[in-house]
Write a protein that binds this ligand. Structure first.
Ligand SMILES: Cc1cc2nc3c(=O)[nH]c(=O)nc-3n(C[C@H](O)[C@H](O)[C@H](O)COP(=O)(O)O)c2cc1C
Length: 199
């Protein structure tokens, strides 16, 4: 039996306090999104007191609870036109840059690549905002800490940007623009409506 499926946006959140608030705020403004949390993200959201904000987005939430990352099956079914990973920790960036797929989020990225789904990644700890070296990162309970990105983190983000079907953005305004542009492109080319064969 044929069934028509409306493709959606997949948005993965990793265990970063930096730019978590801002990522949730963009998520709140979007429709037709499924959210995927790394194990660390599920903890950090609670530590920062953002659980209610996450739930208020109204989006379906998938957690990292299985060894094989069962939710990646949704990519095989063609359910998504785009994967966004924001905020992406240094840990997840490093794993993705070297082709690891041993967690839900790194599996989503690998499967997006293998099924030629466009990915937009915001590596949260790479670009200085205040001066040439450090960035200001939000800690729990609205405290702020100065963070100095390591060379390895910068190198991994550059390496990831060379992947096929992958766009690495450097700040929230680039992220918002990339997501809006992608949604406009998807609507324009009419690829939102696809037909899959159910078994
Ligand atoms: C309060 C708190 C804030 C954190 N913020 C960041 C962050 O901004 N960037 C980062 O790369 N890691 C951050 N971490 C560390 C990650 O959560 C940790 O590396 C974790 O293993 C990442 O797992 P994931 O990449 O699978 O989400 C934070 C940890 C804690 C406890």
């Amino acid at each position: 039996m044929d069934k028509s499926v409306q493709q959606r946006l997949a948005w993965a959140i990793t265990g970063s306090g930096h730019y978590l608030r801002e990522s949730l705020s963009i998520l709140q403004s979007l429709d037709d999104v499924d959210i995927f949390l790394s194990k660390a993200a599920a903890e950090i959201l609670k530590q920062y007191g953002f659980q209610a904000q996450l739930e208020a987005t109204g989006h379906r939430i998938y957690q990292d609870k299985t060894a094989s990352s069962v939710p990646v099956e949704l990519f095989y079914e063609g359910k998504y036109h785009t994967l966004v990973i924001s905020p992406a920790t240094s840990n997840t960036i490093a794993k993705m840059a070297y082709g690891f797929s041993d967690s839900l989020v790194t599996n989503l990225f690998a499967q997006a690549g293998k099924t030629r789904v466009h990915s937009i990644v915001f590596a949260c700890d790479t670009v200085p905002e205040i001066d040439a070296e450090s960035i200001v990162s939000e800690a729990p309970r609205e405290n702020f800490v100065k963070v100095y990105p390591r060379q390895i983190d910068l190198d991994n983000a550059v390496k990831l940007a060379q992947f096929e079907h992958t766009q690495v953005v450097e700040n929230m305004s680039q992220l918002q623009h990339a997501v809006m542009q992608r949604l406009a492109d998807v609507h324009q080319t009419g690829t939102k409506e696809i037909s899959i064969e159910s078994q």
